[in-house]
Design a binder for this molecule. Structure first.
Ligand SMILES: C[S@@+](CC[C@H](N)C(=O)[O-])C[C@H]1O[C@@H](n2cnc3c(N)ncnc32)[C@H](O)[C@@H]1O
Length: 277
C-alpha cells in the first residue's frame, strides 16, 4: 500500500473512532440526565456519611452544596421580582427575609437575582440558629440536622463578595431572635419577599407570625418545604393555613411550584395580599 493511502486510512479510522466515542458520550449523558440531581444528592450524602464517620458527629459539617434546586428556585425568584417591580415599583419593594439560611445558597441566589434586576437597594435578612434544627414535636426531623457553622458561612459569603451593608445574618433560634427589639434595631418596616426554608411546622409558625405585621399591601412567600408534608396537612402548610385563619384580612394566591427532584413539587410560592388594598 502506498504510504499516502496508509496515512489517509489511518486518519479516517481515527476520526471515525473519535466520532463514535463522542456519540457514545452524548448518548450516555442524555440517558443519565434524569438521574443528575439524585446522583448529585447521593454524592453529597456519601461525603456527609464519610464526614460523620470520621468526626463521629451528627449534623452537617458545612454546606455540601445547597439544599435548594438552584435552577428552579432562580426562576421563581426572577418571576417574583418581575411581578413586584411592576406592581409596587422598584422603590416600593421591601426587604427579603429568609428563615433557614444553612449554608446560604438560597440567600445568595436572591442576592444575585436582586443585582441582576438592579434592585440592589433591597436588604436581605437571614435568620438561622446556625446550630441546626430545634427539636420537632411532629417527629419528622432530627434535632440538630442542617447544622452549619456561622463563621464558616460568613467566610463562604465573603468569598462571594457579599456586600454586608445589604445582608444581615441573625444567629439564634427564632423563639429568641424574632422580637420587636430586632424590628426596631434594623428598622424593619416591610417584608416583600419571604423565604420559608425552616422545615418544621413550629418554626414556620413562629416565622409567619413575625412577618404578618411586616406584610404591607402584598408580599411573595416561598415555602421551600411545602411537600410532601402538605399532602398530610402538616409542616409549613399547616402553619400557613393557621396563619391565614388568624389574619383574615390577608388573602393568598398560589402562583408557582418548584421541585427539588423532578416532579416532587417540593416548593410552593404564594402571593399574599391585603384584601383591603
Ligand atoms: C433546609 S435548611 C435551609 C437551607 C437553605 N435555605 C439553603 O439554601 O441551603 C433549614 C434551616 O432552618 C434552620 N431552622 C429551622 N428552624 C429554626 C428555628 N426555629 N430557629 C432557627 N433556625 C431554624 C436550621 O438551622 C437550618 O439551617
Amino acid at each position: 500500500m502506498p504510504i499516502i493511502t496508509h496515512f489517509r486510512d489511518s486518519a479516517r479510522n481515527a476520526i471515525a473512532s473519535l466520532r463514535m466515542r463522542l456519540g457514545l458520550r452524548t448518548r450516555l449523558r442524555r440517558a443519565l440526565k434524569p438521574l443528575e440531581i439524585p446522583l448529585k444528592r447521593t454524592l453529597e450524602w456519601l461525603l456527609l456519611v464519610r464526614w460523620r464517620l470520621s468526626h463521629r458527629r451528627w449534623g452537617y459539617p458545612l454546606p455540601v452544596g445547597g439544599y435548594v434546586n438552584e435552577d428552579e428556585l432562580r426562576l421563581q425568584f426572577r418571576n417574583a421580582l418581575g411581578y413586584l417591580q411592576q406592581k409596587l415599583g422598584p422603590e416600593g419593594i421591601g426587604d427579603y427575609i429568609e428563615f433557614g439560611v444553612y449554608g446560604g445558597s438560597s440567600l445568595l441566589l436572591m442576592y444575585d437575582e436582586l443585582l441582576r434586576a438592579e434592585l440592589s437597594h433591597v436588604r436581605l435578612f437571614g435568620f438561622d440558629s446556625f446550630a441546626g434544627l430545634p427539636s420537632d414535636s411532629d417527629g419528622h426531623w432530627q434535632e440538630g440536622a442542617f447544622y452549619a457553622d456561622y463563621d464558616r458561612v460568613v467566610q463562604s459569603l465573603n468569598r462571594r463578595n457579599v456586600d454586608w451593608r445589604r445582608v444581615t445574618l441573625i444567629k439564634g433560634f427564632f423563639a429568641d431572635t424574632l422580637t420587636s427589639a430586632l424590628i426596631a434595631k434594623h428598622n424593619l418596616r416591610q417584608a416583600s419577599l419571604i423565604m420559608m426554608d425552616c422545615d418544621l411546622y413550629s418554626s414556620a409558625k413562629e416565622a409567619l407570625e413575625f412577618c404578618g405585621p411586616l406584610i404591607r399591601s402584598e408580599a411573595i412567600i416561598f415555602f421551600d418545604d411545602w411537600n410532601p408534608l402538605a399532602r398530610e396537612n402538616k409542616g409549613e402548610k399547616r402553619a400557613f393555613d393557621e396563619f391565614l385563619q388568624a389574619t383574615p384580612d390577608l388573602e393568598a394566591e398560589a402562583i408557582g411550584d418548584y421541585s427539588w427532584q423532578p416532579g416532587d413539587l417540593h416548593g410552593k410560592v404564594f402571593r399574599v395580599y391585603r384584601a383591603s388594598s
